[in-house]
Design a protein. Structure first.
Length: 248
């Protein structure tokens, strides 16, 4: 596992930032979207070393996170779309959210396959109409693309080609189960066996903000607040950018 590389000044800043949480070290239970996983797994070990907290993470789809918290499941920290955090905050489940990262939607094909043109909305439309199969996530990217296909008037034509898949769309494409797939850029970049085509063009791109919020019934609210403060701090921005997202 890659570890955060920091200079002495950044490490001192980090320790000062987390000093309050270190005095009440314990276990922090996190329920998080996979979209932030690459940056998160790089950052959390540094947090654990600095605070002596132990972070236990459940990786869950966006829709499932919202449903489980609505049904009363309790964790310390939730990381999901900003809209999901706002919805759960209005229901009294979570504290107000803090933006962590922003991500666009990207596309990929199987490694070695021809690279379709996705340089514009019109180019992507032609590529999709010519494709044999399309993998979409049930998360924000898939919901958005389904609405885009309807807007373009090609939803019925594409429907027989679409494979709705949970988990990582890159794995579906790498296995050859779909010719082209779409998901958050940060979820495609780490996958082996695919060719990342790039983000959707600016004329059709959707930027999703992912935020964190402490659960109102958290068993370790101090630790959860400290972890969220670290994940949204300037020291965490390089790891977030490296994963294909933008901080905040």
């Amino acid at each position: 596992m890659r570890m955060v590389q920091t200079g002495a000044a950044a490490l001192l800043s980090l320790c000062a930032l987390l000093l309050a949480g270190a005095s009440e070290a314990g276990e922090i239970i996190v329920m998080s979207t996979v979209a932030v996983k690459e940056a998160y797994i790089e950052l959390v070990p540094a947090f654990e070393r600095a605070t002596e907290n132990k972070v236990v993470t459940m990786w869950v789809g966006t829709g499932s996170i919202i449903d489980r918290i609505k049904r009363g499941e309790t964790v310390d920290l939730v990381i999901v779309t900003a809209s999901g955090i706002d919805e759960l905050n209005k229901l009294g489940r979570l504290a107000p959210g803090v933006p962590m990262a922003k991500s666009g939607v990207g596309a990929a094909v199987r490694a070695g396959a021809p690279r379709p043109d996705i340089s514009s909305g019109e180019a992507l439309k032609r590529a999709l109409l010519a494709s044999k199969s399309i993998a979409l996530s049930p998360g924000p990217s898939g919901v958005y693309l389904s609405s885009l296909f309807a807007k373009w008037g090609i939803a019925d034509e594409l429907k027989p080609k679409i494979k709705q898949a949970t988990g990582l769309i890159g794995d579906v494409v790498a296995r050859g189960d779909a010719e082209i797939g779409f998901q958050q850029v940060s979820e495609l970049l780490p996958i082996k066996g695919i060719t990342y085509l790039g983000p959707l063009s600016d004329d059709i791109q959707l930027i999703t903000v992912f935020s964190g919020a402490v659960h109102n019934q958290a068993k370790n609210p101090t630790g959860a607040s400290s972890l969220l403060k670290f994940l949204t701090s300037p020291d965490s921005a390089p790891a977030i950018r490296k994963s294909g997202m933008e901080a905040g």
